[in-house]
Design a protein around this ligand. Structure first.
Ligand SMILES: O=C(O)C(=O)C[C@]1(C(=O)O)C=C[C@@H](O)C=C1
Length: 333
């Protein structure tokens, strides 16, 4: 297997990838952004890419939500949860009092803002492509030592403690600086659509992209109804602009269950009718193994029984040519 991930080594995304069985011995390609990782999957240069999708503090990772919603189809085949803990690092010899400008990934910055306001008020933020990229930039590239700020434009970085394990020469100015100690990021492994559908486990998640089909009152309600009436619980719903023009949005949705669950399959059929450009991004096991609660009347057995009942009734009352809708018509009102 060949994998792409948001690099360099030491990112949280790499930690997520390393949690996949066999990934340690596989070819791993660090890349500079989520779109680049997904482009490598689409081009067939790698078999799958690990990308962040949701953080418990900062919410959806918009770069991922947008990149999987458009372009050629992709499939999520698994997810991974990584607990997030941050350290503030600098080049050797730097002290906290020297820090004026701090670099990291924007999602990481959002998770340490409280600590920064408290301990380094007025410090400037310099965006980086990842937490590890910011930290590694602080290390002198050559033999000649340079002042980091003059070379990089910043003098400290927020990253994972893993980077310090790999580069012990980095000075740790502060540890555990996340505003929320229980922060977790959810990552997804994304492959091409021909990837085999992961088996149903009973504790599964299905990810969908639902463009708002028509701009009218009740359009969102009609989408949500498809899930509600089949007892399908939503675990995440976010609206994102399509980028085409102001006011055009799509919904990125996670639901509890697998496409092989009758209630999920039935909801997808309903969605297809009310919103034909719905995109299926995959059904895969939940990393937290949380089993969905399903009422008896939403179980596979209840759907099968109801289908068999209707089929039997149809068998007794076969449609006549006159009772069928004319070709091209919407059918009897
Ligand atoms: O920069 C990294 O280390 C990443 O893996 C990216 C990322 C993200 O995109 O949210 C992953 C987890 C953390 O919440 C912060 C940054």
């Amino acid at each position: 297997m060949r994998y792409a991930y948001l690099g360099p080594a030491g990112t949280f995304t790499e930690a997520a990838l390393l949690s996949v069985e066999g990934a340690r011995g596989a070819e791993r390609r660090p890349v500079s952004s989520v779109p680049v990782a997904l482009a490598a999957v689409r081009a067939g240069e790698v078999d799958a890419a690990m990308v962040p999708i949701e953080n418990s503090v900062e919410g959806g990772v918009t770069a991922t939500l947008d990149a999987v919603a458009t372009g050629s189809e992709l499939r999520i085949v698994r997810e991974a949860l990584v607990p997030i803990s941050f350290v503030l690092v600098a080049a050797p010899g730097t002290t906290l009092a020297d820090v004026r400008r701090v670099s990291t990934h924007s999602h990481a910055w959002a998770q340490v803002r409280g600590w920064m306001d408290d301990r380094l008020p007025g410090v400037d933020y310099v965006p980086a492509s990842s937490t590890a990229a910011a930290a590694l930039a602080l290390l002198p590239g050559g033999t000649e030592r340079e002042e980091p700020a003059s070379r990089t434009g910043f003098d400290a970085a927020v990253c994972s403690p893993v980077v310090v394990e790999q580069h012990p020469e980095l000075e740790v100015l502060a540890a555990d600086i996340g505003d929320n100690r229980a922060a977790v990021t959810r990552f997804v492994l994304v492959a091409r659509p021909e990837a085999p559908l992961p088996p149903r486990t009973g504790a599964d998640r299905t990810t969908l992209v639902i463009p708002l089909w028509e701009d009218r009152a009740g359009a969102l309600m009609e989408i949500l109804e498809q899930f509600a009436t089949r007892g399908v619980n939503l675990s995440r719903i976010e609206s994102r602009p399509t980028g085409n023009f102001l006011g055009e949005y799509f919904f990125s949705v996670d639901v509890d269950g697998h496409i092989l669950d009758a209630r999920v399959a039935d909801a997808l059929e309903g969605l297809r009718r009310v919103c034909p450009s719905t995109r299926f991004l995959g059904s895969y096991p939940r990393a937290d193994h949380k089993v969905a609660t399903v009422a008896r009347h939403h179980s596979d057995g209840a759907f099968r029984e109801a289908e068999a009942w209707v089929a039997a009734l149809q068998g007794h009352h076969r449609p006549t040519p006159e009772s069928l809708p004319a070709p091209g018509s919407a059918g009897p009102a």
